[in-house]
Design a binder for this molecule. Structure first.
Ligand SMILES: Cc1cc2nc3c(=O)[nH]c(=O)nc-3n(C[C@H](O)[C@H](O)[C@H](O)COP(=O)(O)O)c2cc1C
Length: 357
């Protein structure tokens, strides 16, 4: 194994990180399997209460001693909308009617949970604190450092990368346009943040001094080797792990992923209020011309919660957020340890033999 500063900092064997997979797929079992196979384990904690975070970390520690990344949303949290929510409520009401649900109401949101979650995170002392959707206050990154926790931010442009470096992060995830799930963009528009991964990694490696982690559309070792050659210190994969038996991915979502042959992913705003990539379905198509009516995150996310839940229970993929990266056609139903083993072997092959990763 070829060591680099990032691998030494987080203490893992291979430069392959499990992406934090919020909203269901992230489980302690998936994290532990990736950690035990030499990759970086991750727990998506943004939608968890402090109690759930504590339980999740405890469970992971029962299953593995490997280093852990706990991920939060740091910013982009709107409890109010500056616009009339009426037109969006009307559009959602039509879907509710079709799914047999009651008329939707404008959600009332609690305050941003970040502070309490971050306090919990520091007390749990995972090896890594990663975040997306913004930059936490400088004191938070300092507090993490004092607790021996490495901070990793997420950038979708070189400019965001520079801002993260100035805020004191230890490493940066380059989230390319190919990435599945919600976009981390926090400076400029979501369109500005749709930079192809190769371009983003090349730019960041040139313009920031901290290690760069390439993320978005990576499904095999040939692609991983390409990113390492470009100067990335590691890669972070999400979609590649979504169909592992250890993942919490729902049956309907899993089936849609496995059936996705060619790339049919698109960027939508309709499910959460943030730009996000997933398999195109009826809800996305219907909402595509109504972007101006979409409420900001997480109001829109809360507003679509009931319809997503009902669609999942009814086995209906057309009204479910089917987050997936552009490489989804390559996703396999394989235990996480096997996915890791295959990725390591393929990457070594592409780099010229064993020990080259
Ligand atoms: C279902 C799903 C949930 C995700 N949840 C999070 C999250 O909670 N926090 C985060 O930083 N990134 C999240 N991401 C984005 C990943 O960190 C990563 O950028 C993405 O998975 C990389 O693209 P790929 O899926 O093509 O590998 C999520 C991605 C997916 C597919």
């Amino acid at each position: 194994v070829v060591r680099n500063a990032l691998l030494d900092m987080v203490g893992v064997e291979y430069p392959i990180f499990l992406a934090p997979l919020g909203g269901g797929p992230s489980t302690p079992e998936l994290a532990a399997e990736v950690g035990n196979a030499g990759g970086l384990a991750a727990l998506a904690a943004a939608y968890l209460t402090p109690e759930e975070m504590t339980d999740g970390v405890r469970r992971i520690r029962e299953l593995t001693q490997a280093p852990l990344n706990v991920n939060l949303f740091a910013g982009g949290y709107h409890t109010q909308t500056g616009q009339d929510p009426g037109p969006m409520l009307q559009l959602i009401a039509e879907v509710h009617w079709e799914l047999g649900l009651a008329v939707p109401k404008l959600p009332e949101l609690p305050q941003d949970p970040f502070e309490k979650q971050f306090d919990t995170l520091v007390s749990l002392k995972p090896k890594v604190f990663s975040f997306t959707f913004g930059i936490p206050p400088r004191q938070a990154i300092e507090r993490a450092r004092l607790a021996g926790v490495v901070s990793i931010g997420s950038a979708t442009t070189v400019e965001e990368g520079r801002m993260l470096e100035a805020a004191g992060v230890d490493a940066i995830v380059a989230q390319g346009a190919e990435a599945g799930g919600q976009r981390g963009t926090f400076h400029g528009t979501f369109e500005d943040g749709l930079v192809p991964l190769a371009e983003l990694v090349t730019g960041l490696v040139q313009q920031v001094r901290v290690p760069v982690i390439a993320s978005g559309g990576l499904m095999n070792g040939r692609q991983i080797a390409g990113m390492l050659k470009m100067g990335a210190s590691a890669v972070q994969l999400g979609t590649a792990f979504l169909c592992c038996p250890e993942a919490g991915t729902s049956t309907t979502y899993r089936k849609a992923l496995l059936e996705a042959r060619a790339d049919r992913t698109v960027i939508t705003y309709a499910f959460t209020g943030r730009g996000a990539r997933g398999l195109e379905n009826e809800f996305m198509r219907r909402m595509a011309s109504h972007r101006d009516k979409v409420l900001p995150f997480p109001l829109q996310n809360q507003l679509t919660r009931d319809l997503r839940k009902a669609a999942s229970e009814q086995g209906n993929p057309e009204f479910l957020s089917l987050w997936a990266g552009t490489g989804v056609a390559e996703v396999r139903q394989q235990p996480a340890a096997e996915v890791m083993r295959r990725l390591v072997l393929e990457t070594e092959d592409a780099l010229g033999g064993p020990g080259r990763i």
